[in-house]
Design a binder for this molecule. Sequence first.
Ligand code: AMP
Length: 398
Amino acid sequence: MSSSHVLVLNCGSSSLKFAIIDIHSGSEVLSGLAECLAEQQPLIKYKYDGEKQTITLSAGDAHQVAITRLVELVKHLNLDKQLIAVGHRVVHGGEHFTHSVRITPEVIEAIKQTSALAPLHNPANLLGIEAAQTAFAALPQVAVFDTAFHQSMEPTAFLYALPYSLYKEHGIRRYGFHGTSHYYVSTQAHKILGLDKDNSRIVSAHLGNGCSVTAIKNGLSVDTSMGLTPLEGLMMGTRSGDIDPGIFAFLVNQLKYSPTQVDLLLNKQSGLLGISELSNDCRTIEEAAAQGHEQAQLALDIFCYRLAKQIAAFAVPLGGLDTLIFTGGIGENSDEIRRKVVSQLGFLGLTLDNEKNLAARFGQLGIITTTNSPCAVVIPTNEEWVIATDAATIAQEQ
Ligand code: AMP
């Protein structure tokens, strides 16, 4: 059989998530995470052949060293000969990229230009690309963008009601994120539920540490809850989601916050953590709420209320709703959050089936409502699979 492995890299500012995917079987041959990069105790944890292992790096070692050690590991495991491409997750593609592309000097330049819109993410993604280009010089490298799927949105959905010049001159508009995940679960929904792609109205809820909802009409993203940055929209683990923009001026003028402190407050100290004053982790919050922790309960209630409101709002661009998808760590596992959300959406025709809702957890997909149309369905996401198949397809196009 021909070579069929793709190395998928997802490079964060201090971490590097990797996987080798066999695109024939869909299986993950190797997977792992290099973490605490450029810090005191960086290390690589990986799983191969069912065994978990750790490689210790030296203090200060960063992405290039992690990738060099990853290459050594890949060679040691005899996986290098099978590789046909490297696929990179890139967070922000701005308006440059509507689909995945082979990485060229021009593509790198465009990703650099977009870095102002994602200062924490794109420079880290570029570090991964540069390190992988050095390490795997002979392999085609492909960039897959979190924003690309949402480039089908119309100006009515993507423009803020700000002076138009801010859009034209500085690119300030809504871009949306989690596009790879929303694309994957919606295409899976078409297959699993036998939907007519040219006549479908889906809302996909990706609920993990970051949370977003997308309205997908006939296979295309027509609106999404995240905006210029991944802060807009839903309440998340530590992010506030939508707030009155006037709060910014109040914090700065009245409470003397610096802009950096406001940014920290909204991105790292709000959301489930901010309301519960306990944790950003949904499991911890659910356990505490079950034991009577009032602020944990309040955090869950707000999370579900805002989520249900956003889902219902997307019936407007869709002209109704046929399918609601839950995915991401919370969407795939929390029967409680799904129950609370669906129970607020009865007017759209959704009624929860309690047994099916309990069954669809820990990687199990399935319809969780009493009727198939409209329905709510749990579909585990697989962004690595999209990155691997896009990379393989583009690599073969040469
Ligand atoms: P992700 O970013 O997709 O890995 O999702 C992380 C979130 O999923 C965290 O808030 C976890 O607490 C949440 N999560 C994972 N498993 C469960 C579970 N069994 N019940 C509730 N939340 C969960």
